[in-house]
Design a protein around this ligand. Sequence first.
Ligand code: GAR
Length: 193
Amino acid sequence: MLSLVVLISGTGSNLRALLEATREPGYPARVIAVGADRDASGLEHAAEFGIPTFTVPFREYASREQWGSALLAAIGEYAPDLVVLSGLMRLVPDNVVSALSPNLINTHPAYLPEFPGAHGVRDALASGASQTGASIIVVDNGVDTGSIIVQERVPILADDTEESLHERIKPVERRLLVDTVRRIADGLDLSAR
Ligand code: GAR
């Protein structure tokens, strides 16, 4: 059984999809803790599923590296097999990547390498492109530059707003994330990517 720590910043809809998947008989992974960099409303999903949570507030640390050390200590309490960044809206520092790589994955609401960064949906819409997508990657030291595990296209409609487009991308992300975690549990080698 693959053990997961999931890190979030926001509403945690992708987290919730993972939590629901783990309820299904035969799903080969379990979320053992959920962490956040702020007071994220998505932590409530973990509470509902009886899963412990922790918060390592980014703003309370003098540097990104110090925050990273505290985050690593909190994750280390659970010794997970895999850490999932599921809407964590912070760049994780090198010390975190070094300690966890390659067992650190991220979900991103665009078809990488197109539209990396914190505003992937907004940037895709502003570009005038006719399609964007969703990607699951192994995290490296760059901004959404890690190796792509899986990705899928999502069309951009003429009347899309950032919100409507994001709401169409998220179900794709959820499906890809749940499936990717299953594949990793079943032996997908992240180091070979
Ligand atoms: C997701 O779309 C995720 O890909 C995105 O934040 C959203 C979180 O939604 N992450 C990034 O943009 C990271 N650069 P959720 O809190 O409802 O799961």
